[in-house]
Design a protein around this ligand. Structure first.
Ligand SMILES: *Cc1c(COP(=O)(O)O)cnc(C)c1O
Length: 830
């Protein structure tokens, strides 16, 4: 619903019903909103009506802060951080906003007095699934921290009509269902119908003379209009509310009418459909990249709208584009928005008549680039043919950036033609492709990886040549996650305990203060509190799994959890091989003493990633056999939790005892799930990969189950000629586990079903699962032993939580502010 339809008074008046935080004011506002916005009254309101009325009640309070923040920022003339991301995986808003406003408890009481089921209202919210996984979730954590740290910032992205698909499991297989998150309305956003920008596609360019200068005109064959939808993002315990501005694609009205008037009604409708398709659906990642024209359109669309918006703001405030880079710093979240480098050049040169050199000076002082992956298949490139057809003017600009850049490289590395070919923005070797990571790097004053190890690998592998040229531009900013969502909202019992121990809730904004828990790691009384807290979270999860998935699990067992996207590099199949080996051991020796475990999996596979989908089927098939086998099912249970998203994740992280972070070393850039688990007191079994390395450093290696070959060792193994089938010959249990899968035991006798998976492991094993199998099993045996000593286990768990301060996204954002963005807090007053 649009804000223009809202009754009542304007913001800023002393209308306490719209802004007050007392219980009575909240109750009155809720009833008011129910009546005036939804046309309902208490007695007939459905749970969804109640949710909407509650959401509007909270939004009113946020808008008040947002307007005051905007005024403060404007007056301060401070630099604004623009975080450009194709994905924002926000999670449900309501609970988080109640926490950040500091009214969770009073709202709960208000709800009770009105006879409302508060938990049921929270459950109503359909989360905006505008991201695939870690990268989109990181962007959401950063928005929370930016607001909490009072940094002037805008998040820019795409308002996908359909977010990441919902996952159903049918007969053990993943089935995708479209995500219609906007079906029942989105109370958190404000449409800004007047805030719209044209974005061109296709056509051709022409040169013309203008004041004696040669300039270029782009005559497109499609113009799309981007319209802004704003969502306020409130900080924790502060009055600052920042802005998330998402663009929705529409056909410009004039375009529509023109065709209509000439009688081409269907042509007009077609143009409208073509335009609106651009923001229709989020692409699932991990898919073959071939020919995804729409994806390039999406990228250009949101980059262009966002830059036009910044230019509008700059011209409004200063009247000139000189000094643009002093007022805006644009962080590129991976290469998805990298086209912005060329687009800012186009806007400055073609639309604002600047010369190349000053325009380039502004551009390369505006952008900073975060790399998120080293996987070669995930590095974005576009064929010159597609790029030129869709964005002819941008291609010319990319060529010119490249020509000038390569001249510099040539001077710096005289005669090193191989290096020039490697560094070019155009890959001439593979059908002429534009390398988006190179465009982002050349156009940025700072480039960073997302964990120490990853940043080192960026410098020594994919961007090595650029590091040779500009070492000072390379940084590391280790990822973090927000404790507001992943402790307070997800795990209120832990939050209360931490606040009790620290004396106040200061740890929420300064997580290093959790160090004061360390002395309690040996306190018997505290252990009892800790055990109660953990058991309660596990009981909650068990209830939830019973209701949602229909399986019974025992909260007394070790909860061993792997939830994340399903991908071969993350090695869910290594986890499965461990489970099968435990199963075989128990079958061979029924009285064998093993620590009872519940294995929980969750995660989506890209719809076109067949091996990942087969892994899901394998997990479910193994679950079916083991859970029905009375000889073992008192000690082993396997659960696949469908539709892993932020809302479901909140039930899982608090209940885990063991966090599976078992990717092939060198492949996981950082990981953030690893952080969420450890700050909720799970112990990690993990490889030396991504941020695992730093987590282990922080929590202490005696409180972390490390296993596996290092990235260098794996590289050496591969260089020497890796022969996975030979490993099988030496490892009886591994051979046996693979044979069991191949025998059809888990597939009702079908020996073909899992053949591709087994053969892939035996003869290729690109992610070196078999190389790490034995090390993994040995470490898991130690995990089981450690579990037998609850005192020791709890001690480790407490120390994990006490030492996770570094992984608050507040620390990450402070790093960005100090090292890269050079911005300071601008506190807003209410
Ligand atoms: C944190 C999170 C991720 C990322 O998990 P990793 O283990 O770091 O891959 C993915 N999806 C959701 C819903 C998350 O909350």
């Amino acid at each position: 619903m649009s804000d223009m339809n809202r009754p009542g008074s304007a913001v800023g008046e002393s209308d306490h019903i719209r802004t007050g935080l007392s219980k009575e004011q909240l109750k009155q506002a809720y009833i008011d909103n129910l009546f005036y916005l939804l046309g309902r009254f208490l007695e007939v309101a459905t749970p969804h009506d109640s949710y909407m009325a509650a959401a509007y009640t909270v939004r009113d309070r946020m808008l008040d802060r947002w307007i005051k923040t905007a005024r403060t920022y404007k007056a301060s003339q401070a630099r604004t951080v623009c975080y450009l991301s194709a994905e924002f995986l926000l999670g449900p808003h309501l609970a988080k906003n109640l926490i950040n406003l500091g009214i969770m408890e009073v709202s709960r009481e208000a709800g009770a007095e009105l006879g409302l089921d508060f938990e049921a209202i929270l459950e109503q919210e359909e989360e905006p699934g505008l991201g695939n996984g870690g990268l989109g979730r990181l962007a959401a954590c950063y928005l929370d921290s930016l607001a909490t740290l009072q940094i002037p910032a805008i998040g820019y992205g795409i308002r996908y009509e359909f977010g990441i698909f919902d996952q159903l499991i049918e007969d053990g297989w993943q089935v995708e269902k479209s995500d219609v998150w906007l079906r029942d309305g989105n109370p958190w956003e404000l449409p800004r119908p007047k805030l719209r920008f044209p974005v061109r596609f296709g056509g051709h360019t022409e040169t013309f003379q203008d004041d004696g200068r040669v300039r270029v005109r782009w005559i497109p064959d499609l113009v799309v209009e981007g319209r802004a939808y704003d969502t306020p993002i409130l900080g924790y315990g502060v009055s600052n509310a920042n802005l998330l501005r998402l663009w929705s694609a529409h056909a410009p009205e004039s375009f529509d009418f023109q065709a209509f008037n000439t009688g081409d009604y269907y042509g007009a409708v077609h143009a409208k459909v073509e335009a609106e398709t651009i923001s229709k659906v989020l692409y699932p990642n991990d898919e073959p990249q071939a020919g995804k024209e729409l994806r390039l359109k999406q990228q250009y669309f949101f980059a262009s709208c966002s830059l036009q918006d910044m230019i509008r703001l700059q011209l409004g405030a200063a009247g000139t584009l000189e000094g643009f880079h002093e007022k805006f710093v644009v962080q590129l979240n991976d290469t998805h928005p990298a086209i912005a480098v060329a687009e800012l050049m186009r806007l400055l040169i073609d639309e604002h008549r600047m010369d190349w050199e000053p325009a380039w000076e502004i551009t390369r002082r505006t952008f900073a680039f975060t790399n998120h992956t080293l996987l070669p298949e995930a590095l974005e490139t576009w064929t010159v043919a597609l790029f030129g057809r869709l964005l002819p003017r941008l291609l010319e600009i990319v060529y010119e950036i490249n020509r000038r850049f390569l001249d510099k490289v040539r001077m710096h590395f005289l005669g090193d033609e191989a290096r020039i070919a490697r560094m070019s923005l155009i890959d001439e070797g593979h059908g002429r492709r534009i390398r988006m990571a190179h465009l982002a790097t050349v156009g940025s004053f700072a480039i960073n990886g997302v964990a120490e190890m990853h940043s080192e690998l960026v410098k020594s592998t994919i961007l090595k040549d650029f590091h040779d040229l500009w070492p000072e531009r390379f940084h590391n900013v280790t990822n973090g996650v927000t404790p507001r969502r992943f402790i307070i909202v997800s795990n209120p019992r832990l939050a209360r305990l931490l606040t009790e121990c620290c004396g106040d809730d200061g740890w929420v904004r300064d997580m290093d203060r959790l160090r004061s828990l360390e002395p309690l790691a040996d306190d018997v009384g505290f252990h009892e509190d800790w055990r109660r807290m953990k058991t309660a979270a596990k009981r909650d999860l068990a209830d939830w799994l019973r209701r949602r998935v229909g399986v019974n699990v025992d909260p007394e067992t070790l909860f061993d959890v792997q939830v994340k996207r399903i991908h071969e590099y993350k090695r869910q199949h290594l986890n499965v091989l461990h489970i099968i080996t435990l199963y075989e051991r128990l079958k061979a020796e029924p009285n064998r003493d093993v620590a009872p475990r519940t294995f929980v999996f969750g995660g989506k596979a890209a719809p076109g990633y067949l091996m990942a989908k087969l892994i899901i089927k394998l997990i479910n098939s193994v679950a079916e056999v083991i859970n029905q086998d009375p000889q073992v099912n008192d000690r082993l249970r396997v659960v696949f939790m469908p539709d892993f998203n932020v809302k479901n994740a909140q039930h899982l992280y608090p209940a885990a005892d063991l966090s599976e972070q078992i990717s092939m070393a060198g492949k996981e850039a950082s990981g953030t799930g690893n952080m969420k688990f450890a700050m909720n007191g799970a112990l990690t079994i993990g490889t030396l990969d991504g941020a695992n390395v730093e987590i282990r450093e922080e929590v202490g290696d005696e409180n972390f189950f490390l296993f596996g070959h290092t990235a260098e060792q794996l590289q050496r193994l591969q260089a020497e000629g890796y022969r996975p089938w030979e490993i099988c010959n030496d490892r009886f249990e591994l051979r046996s586990a693979l044979d069991l899968i191949a025998s059809g035991l888990f597939s009702h006798g079908d020996k073909e079903l899992f053949r591709p998976l087994v053969e892939n492991l035996l003869y290729q094993d690109p992610f070196m699962v078999l190389a790490d199998y034995e090390l993994y099993l040995d470490r898991q045996t130690e995990v089981s032993h450690a579990w037998r000593d609850p005192k020791h286990w709890n001690r480790m768990s407490i120390l994990n939580v006490a030492r996770m301060g570094k992984f608050s996204s507040d620390r990450s954002i402070r790093d960005y502010c100090e090292r890269i963005w050079r911005v300071r807090p601008v506190p807003a007053e209410l």
